[in-house]
Write a protein that binds this ligand. Structure first.
Ligand code: FE2
Ligand code: FE2
Length: 175
């Protein structure tokens, strides 16, 4: 029996890590698309102008995130495919469900933030792993692409906390 040498073993492992990154990118593509639809629906139910502007800005960023994932898949010689991100589906479903339980107003705004921050944290976790995989594979351009997206997800999360503390919480408590 011919045992694989350390080198061929390394090549096999590397191609598996590459496959894993392709899979993660397909997942991210589905996740971003679902997040986009969720935000587009949620923004209509927002009252506070600051929150509305924040979500609208992230809707635009998310459209770019989708394009970046498409670019990343292109770099890997792959296409988005039909993979569905089940985690995002759950997060979106829960957010939708919570929104149905409230009328438009200050508490609804908090409900929307709660759902959105869960979504942003999921994206932050996912892109963190994807960046680590890209780095390990020496895919520097791909890594830089995802890092830009990751920064925007983190900033969105921080802005949501800020608008909650500065505006939404006081509005809800006074309601
Ligand atoms: Fe995103
Ligand atoms: Fe996001």
């Amino acid at each position: 029996m011919l045992l694989p040498t350390a080198q061929t073993n390394g090549v096999i492992m590397k191609s598996e890590v590459r496959e894993l990154l392709v899979d993660q990118m397909k997942d991210a593509y589905s996740a971003e698309k679902q997040a986009l639809r969720c935000m587009q629906r949620a923004v209509r139910k927002v009252t506070a102008p600051a929150l509305k502007e924040g979500i609208q800005a992230h809707v635009e960023q998310t459209q770019t995130h989708i394009e970046r994932v498409e670019q990343a898949l292109d770099m890997l010689g792959a296409r988005p495919g039909r993979k569905v991100c089940e985690a995002m589906r759950g997060l979106v479903e829960e957010a939708q469900h919570e929104m149905e339980e409230h009328d438009k107003g200050p508490v609804m705004d908090l409900v929307i933030v709660a759902g959105m921050q869960r979504i942003e944290h999921y994206e932050i976790a996912a892109y963190g792993v994807d960046i680590a995989l890209a780095k390990a594979l020496g895919e520097d351009a791909l890594m830089a692409l995802l890092q830009t997206t990751l920064e925007e997800e983190k900033q969105t999360d921080m802005k949501l906390t800020e608008v909650t503390q500065q505006t939404l919480m006081a509005d809800a408590m006074a309601d």
